[in-house]
Design a protein around this ligand. Structure first.
Ligand code: MG
Length: 233
């Protein structure tokens, strides 16, 4: 783990600015605290215990499902997914990080295209649509038939954005393993959003190229992209 991210890194102005901003969902748009708190309740541990063990799993490079193996090794947790969804009730307006709506509105107002694409069940799309976030296109991994970090996910995102030039897209994600590295490998610009468990705990491998942007929130994104584009704010 490294100390908290420092000041915003400025993009290389020799490179053309992206014209489309693609947002991951979990911990980028949606604060997943309720998702995990409901799971904690279902398996009978406190939210603090659940979050601590999830954090340990992330640090050890394990998949998030490992948290169930650690806390309830005999539990067939996938069989509880329907009950989890019943208790969770889908995305709500209060699950949005507070900087999301304004950021997307600013980007659209400045002429950037906005796409929403994350690793999520198909049903989350309608729940996101109901929140009324401005966007040009949206798809969940289950709808696309492929999930991050599969390179095909980013090919589908290019299709969704109506682009055949990866550098026109900036992918904004919280995870190094699922977002930053595979998006960069697919040729997209990358913004690492250092919030949520993965954003706080993961590190960029030493051999990896720096993301184009590293942010702690979305408040500055529209201004930074406008500067990158060479315009004024
Ligand atoms: Mg995420």
């Amino acid at each position: 783990m490294t100390p908290a991210a420092g000041p915003t890194e400025q993009p290389d102005h020799d490179e053309r600015a992206p014209t489309t901003v693609v947002f991951d969902v979990g911990e980028v748009l949606i604060d997943e605290t309720r998702v995990w708190a409901v799971w904690a309740d279902l398996i009978g541990v406190s939210p603090l215990t659940f979050a601590s063990v999830l954090g340990a799993a992330i640090v050890q490079g394990e998949a998030s499902a490992a948290v169930f193996a650690h806390l309830a090794p005999n539990l067939d947790w996938p069989s509880f997914e329907a009950e989890h969804e019943r208790r969770y009730g889908g995305f709500r307006d209060e699950d949005l990080y507070p900087d999301v709506r304004r950021c997307l509105e600013e980007l659209v107002g400045l002429g950037f295209a906005v796409v929403i694409a994350g690793n999520q069940p198909a049903r989350r799309r309608a729940q996101l649509e109901a929140l009324g976030l401005p966007h040009d296109a949206m798809a969940m991994s289950e709808e696309l038939g492929v999930a991050k970090p599969d390179p095909a996910f980013f090919e589908r995102v290019l299709d969704l954005a109506g682009s055949d030039e990866p550098t026109e897209l900036l992918y904004v994600g919280d995870r190094i393993d699922n977002d930053v590295l595979p998006a960069a490998a697919a040729g997209l610009r990358t913004c690492w959003l250092r919030r949520g468990p993965w954003g706080q705990l993961q590190d960029l491998p030493e051999a990896a190229e720096e993301p184009d942007l590293v942010l702690e929130g979305l408040g500055e994104l529209a201004t930074l992209l406008t500067t990158w584009r060479g315009g004024t704010t």
